[in-house]
Write a protein that binds this ligand. Sequence first.
Ligand code: NAD
Ligand code: LMR
Length: 336
Amino acid sequence: MTKVTVLGAAGGIGQPLSLLLKMSPYVSTLALYDLRLAPGVARDLSHINTNSTCKGYGKDELQAALEGAHVVVIPAGVPRKPGMTRDDLLKVNAGIVAGLVTACARFAPNARILIISNPVNSTVPVACETLKQLGAFQPGKVMGVTTLDVVRAQTFLSDALGADSYSRESMKKHVTVVGGHSGSTIVPLIANSTLRAKLVSRRVYDAYIHRVQFGGDEVVEAKQGAGSATLSMALAGFQFTDQVLRSIHLEKPDPAPLPAFVYLPGIEGGRELQSKLNTQAEYFATPIELSRGDVARVDAKWLDSLTDAEKKSLAVCLGELDTNIQKGRRFVKSKL
Ligand code: NAD
Ligand code: LMR
């Protein structure tokens, strides 16, 4: 019996993500919470003929939505409009995330908390620092969701190479993304040297990296003020949640695990990665090893085979990332 709670379930991401979770064989209870419309969305989904039950919870029902949850997914928060950076969202979304993780600490203290709300580079530190203050922080249970970068990196790689010969689905084993979830902090890594060489020889390598790093802007601009990526994010959020649910259900892990943005000092292999990266940044997105749904180890194997171009991207990422992290930290400190 696995209960998944979605906080922000009636939003652009929340609704399709909840639909995908309703289809999951690993979910027995789906709880949808939002300040608006969650009971309606849940009633709609509850007519679907899969075995899980689905219930909606309104503004004053956060406790009931969270009690007994094994996994809490948080897409609650405002999205960008054209001309805005993810950083511009911090003021509003930091308060939302801090409030929601405080409730998680009280009502679902052992749940894995998956954070989608932007800016992830800062909202994850907000969540972790808030939980630390409450004496409720379990580093292996808090994960920033950066899967959309991986999905884009795979799709755009196939596009750049020619989708007829390099199918999108076959790109899964060839590329991952580390660092953070914003502009230059997003560092795509192409493991397959032949594919990488093809991009370089066709002179599209830099354009490919740029497209992955700024793919979010493409969608924000195309939606003309109506928000940011929702459907591709719902799929990405589902893929990541599915990875966690499979681990809870003791399924064999995928040989190419998805990365997550995590608190390195609290996780096995994290301090080693930090010292190899020679960085103060305590939060970083890297492929994770899960055990019963918690992050058990971080994988740093990718560090051994970086190209010069990837090393350069990583250096730029690290220069920016810690600034984002400190912004999240400062938000929590200012509330003391
Ligand atoms: P949206 O405005 O469509 O939906 C957000 C929902 O959150 C709304 O239904 C709103 O009522 C709800 N909400 C606000 N405050 C809440 C609270 N305190 N408790 C519960 N619910 C609350 O926005 P969206 O397009 O779904 O995007 C949501 C967030 O996800 C944004 O911050 C966006 O930037 C982020 N995002 C992240 C990624 C990623 O890769 N991690 C990708 C896309 C979007
Ligand atoms: C994305 O990468 O699409 C999201 O982070 C949303 C955004 O603001 O770009």
